[in-house]
Design a protein around this ligand. Structure first.
Ligand code: NAD
Ligand code: UDP
Ligand code: UDP
Length: 322
């Protein structure tokens, strides 16, 4: 039996970067949290501080296999997010997005739970509309190195809307733009973690291509707030809704800010641009403002300072080699 507004909530990918922050916030709100993860890119360490919480449960499970549990709400975050990780085993990446979506939607249908999908700005591909509104259908290469992620996430969105139309499953789809913060994997290859770790270690800072490509970076706390607001909307709100910080920076500007904040003397070096690397990306968040009454509150410098502090502590606690 459940009391008041306390819910039993499933978070797939809950031991990852975003998932661990989400679990933390849901527990703080008084909910019961079932965190499901196969630890491909996530780690027990990310949720170690929650393991003793009486309302927290951690289950090792791969979402490509069926899962029979009783829950009121589902946040589907399971999927590697860094290009290095999702291209490591591309077939598994597509399976995770597509079979994972089928399984959580089947579960949601059976238990009548609302299910939120962590979709991505990558559904817009290398966009020719800038900034990207939700109405834009995107420009995605279906057979390239990024396709396992981009097309997997696009197919997952299709499944969400078809389960909604065909089976009346209550769905929420958010398209997340680049998000950063503490508990990003230090070796996951994403630009914020790469640049900070390189700057802190005094290693060369790698700019892929000319460093003039742009991204918009959202601090994790802002992102989680938007996800919670999305879940709290009425059943008529399905999304998709873009969530991200509309501040747009070139990768070189990001690198300069990181170098400045760390006081590092690292030098910039250029590396080849990975194939299909989007040239520019910035969310149009008009819909999030109107529907969720949300916009980001944490500036890039402020968020980077918090993230740098996390990586400093992380690197200091790492066993030294040799
Ligand atoms: P992450 O890699 O830190 O987290 C993903 C989690 O999913 C990990 O804990 C991983 O072990 C788990 N996982 C992967 N495959 C699984 C499987 N088959 N079964 C069970 N668990 C599995 O990445 P993140 O940044 O926390 O991203 C979380 C979600 O948000 C992902 O779905 C990602 O696509 C989406 N997203 C993130 C960003 C971002 O900038 N961080 C942007 C857009 C979308
Ligand atoms: N499923 C699950 N947990 C449940 C219910 C379903 O993992 O509680 C999975 C199961 O593998 C199923 C899939 O979700 O194949 C899709 O479910 P759906 O009811 O749509 O289809 P069907 O059961 O007919 O395949
Ligand atoms: N990037 C870079 N140096 C790095 C890692 C990434 O210049 O060490 C670039 C990458 O080519 C891309 C941008 O930074 O243009 C963001 O890369 P990330 O992998 O973080 O995310 P995504 O390409 O999925 O937005």
């Amino acid at each position: 039996m459940r009391y008041g507004t306390m819910k039993k909530i499933l978070v797939t990918g809950g031991a990852g970067f975003l998932g661990s922050h989400l679990c933390e916030r849901l527990l703080a709100q008084g909910h019961e949290v079932l965190c499901v993860d196969n630890f491909f890119t996530g780690a027990r360490r990310n949720v170690a501080h929650l393991l003793d919480h009486p309302s927290f449960e951690l289950m090792r499970h791969d979402v490509t296999f069926p899962l029979y549990v009783e829950v009121d709400e589902i946040y589907n975050l399971a999927c590697p997010a860094s290009p290095v990780h999702y291209q490591f085993d591309p077939v598994q990446t597509t399976k995770t997005s597509v079979h994972g979506a089928i399984n959580v939607l089947g579960l949601a249908k059976r238990v009548k739970a609302t299910v939120l999908q962590a979709s991505t700005s990558e559904v817009y591909g290398d966009p020719e509309v800038h900034p990207q509104p939700e109405e834009y259908w995107g420009r995605v290469n279906p057979i390239g190195f990024r396709s396992c992620y981009d097309e997997g996430k696009r197919c997952a969105e299709t499944l969400f809307f078809d389960y909604h139309r065909q089976h009346q499953v209550p769905i929420k789809v958010v398209r997340i733009f680049n998000t950063y913060g503490p508990r990003m994997h230090p070796n996951d290859g994403r630009v914020v973690s790469n640049l900070i770790v390189q700057a802190l270690k005094g290693e060369d800072i790698t700019l892929y291509g000319d460093g003039q490509q742009t991204r918009s970076f959202c601090y994790v706390d802002d992102l989680i707030e938007a996800m919670l607001r999305m879940m709290a909307t009425g059943p008529e709100v399905t999304g998709p809704i873009n969530i991200g910080n509309p501040g747009e920076f070139t990768i070189r500007e990001l690198a300069e800010t990181v170098r400045d904040l760390t006081g590092s003397s690292s030098t910039f070096i250029h590396r080849p641009l990975p194939p299909d690397d989007p040239r520019q990306r910035r969310p149009d968040i008009a819909r999030a403002r109107a529907v969720l009454h949300w916009e980001p509150t944490i500036s890039l410098r402020e968020g980077l300072a918090k993230t740098i502090a996390y990586f400093e502590a992380y690197l200091a606690s790492e066993p030294k080699e040799g």
